[in-house]
Design a protein around this ligand. Structure first.
Ligand code: MN
Length: 452
């Protein structure tokens, strides 16, 4: 497929004032400008919506953020790859690479309550009721056989109908009409629990879908917390200051005041309709299925909003799936008295590595079993020493090749597994000890010149 923009146009940098326009700078816009100044954003002045899908595919394993300043035919821009690398996560969390898990855990354990404002720039433009038309937003159809365009970076805000506590989570949302979305809720997720409670109480679930968020909100939304934790407070902790909220226009919900776009709507807990197929995080299509429906009652957005997407299966998607799972493993290992240095579950979550300083092979084995117990989807887990770069799978494979023996790997059954498993591939697990045999440090010293 050929892109309809000239290649040289892609790299034209726009000046800050040209991009921001008004005096008030929103969170995502400020973030983008800061990154643009550092040169880690590819800026594309304009392209067609079909070409955004192609760009997202081409950049799916790359670390640069991409900002299409105007999608042709729409009064909106589009941004993706905001968190497509560990460096981007570290910048948002304000830490070095090896501190990413303790820093993130600290944010989750020290939430900061949001502040409610009377107005917010996300309501500069408001469409209510019959004025609502999702077709005005640049929503991407990601793959040839996807059922239609999908909102993939929308954080969904809803309240527990019993307690009123807020929940924030990310789900794929199929645009099915001017005012209708399909939504996929993974079994057992918090939004599904809210939906089930609403069904018992014979009420609906009001939802706000926020698109065009500062990365702190995205990281907070994918956090795997206990039910009843308000992820907006975790976003505050990541930012180091309260998130500024504003009340929605047609539903009882509050949304980040400086976000780009908000869709307000409701779910009838009894209603389902066919959703999918969709190219999911594994890089395959998930089949069409009966899933919940959202009716959109309002769209509010900033003037010339910046829409956002996350390509399923991209580096960014893999890192977002990995971070909170890595942190759980890191915390469990620390709690078990194991000297863990790093954990890596990207890009797939199914394959992971931990680097540890272990006293003996029994401790390595214990560490690997803890990792399997903490993350049910983890299928293969490798333990290495701290002289191995666990973010470089080639280096991990080198350790497997030179420091492990097939006679010492161990297979487990009955430790969970990815639930959608028609070919019985995801339920058994394998651990590999690729650490240096105890007492053999000299024999396994990595050879290299002085000063290298
Ligand atoms: Mn939650």
């Amino acid at each position: 497929m050929c892109l309809s923009v000239k290649r040289e146009e892609w790299f034209v940098m726009s000046s800050k004032s040209e991009v921001l326009g008004g005096a008030e700078m929103g969170a995502l816009r400020e973030y983008l400008c800061r990154r643009s100044e550092k040169g880690t954003v590819v800026i594309i002045p304009s392209c067609a919506l079909e070409d955004v899908a192609v760009l997202m595919f081409r950049y799916r394993k790359r670390s640069e953020a991409v900002w299409v300043q105007k999608v042709r035919g729409y009064e909106a821009g589009f941004v993706f790859n905001l968190l497509s690398g560990r460096a981007a996560f570290c910048e948002v969390l304000g830490c070095d690479e090896h501190e990413i898990w303790p820093t993130y855990i600290k944010c989750c354990e020290n939430p900061i309550k949001p502040v409610l404002n009377s107005e917010g720039s996300v309501q500069e433009v408001v469409y209510i009721g019959s004025e609502v038309d999702l077709g005005r937003l640049p929503v991407v159809k990601y793959n040839a056989r996807d059922a239609g365009p999908y909102i993939t970076a929308g954080i969904v805000i809803a309240k527990d109908p019993e307690t009123g506590t807020r929940n924030v989570s990310i789900h794929r949302l199929q645009v099915r009409g001017a005012r209708e979305l399909g939504i996929r809720l993974e079994p057992g997720c918090h939004l599904e629990m809210i939906r089930n409670k609403a069904r018992e109480l014979r009420t609906g679930v009001e939802v706000a879908i926020v698109v065009g968020n500062h990365p702190a909100e995205i990281i907070a939304a994918v956090t795997r917390t206990e039910f009843g934790v308000d992820e907006v407070e975790i976003a505050g902790a990541i930012r180091g200051e309260p998130v500024q909220l504003v009340k929605c226009r047609t539903i009882d919900a509050e949304v980040p005041a400086n976000a780009e776009v908000v869709l307000e709507g409701y779910m009838d807990p009894e209603e389902r309709a066919l959703e999918g197929p969709f190219g999911d995080f594994m890089g395959y299509y998930v089949a069409q299925a009966e899933n919940p429906v959202i009716h959109v009652t309002a769209i509010t957005h900033r003037d010339k909003p910046i829409f956002q997407g996350i390509r399923a299966g991209s580096l960014e998607d893999g890192l977002l799936l990995a971070l909170s799972r890595e942190a759980r493993i890191y915390k469990a290992l620390k709690n078990a008295g194991i000297d863990v240095a790093r954990v890596n579950l990207s890009p797939t979550v199914f394959v992971g590595a931990i680097s540890i300083r272990a006293k003996d092979s029994g401790e390595v084995r214990r560490a690997l079993e803890i990792a399997l117990d903490e993350e049910p989807w983890l299928k293969y887990c490798v333990a290495v020493d701290t002289d191995v770069n666990i973010f470089d799978w080639e280096d991990v494979l080198w350790a497997v090749a030179t420091r492990s023996s097939p006679s010492r790997v161990k297979v487990f059954e009955g430790k969970g597994g990815f639930p959608r498993d028609p070919f019985n591939l995801h339920k058994s697990k394998l651990i590999i000890d690729a650490t240096i045999p105890i007492g053999a440090c000299v024999a396994f010293e990595r050879s290299r010149p002085d000063n290298a």
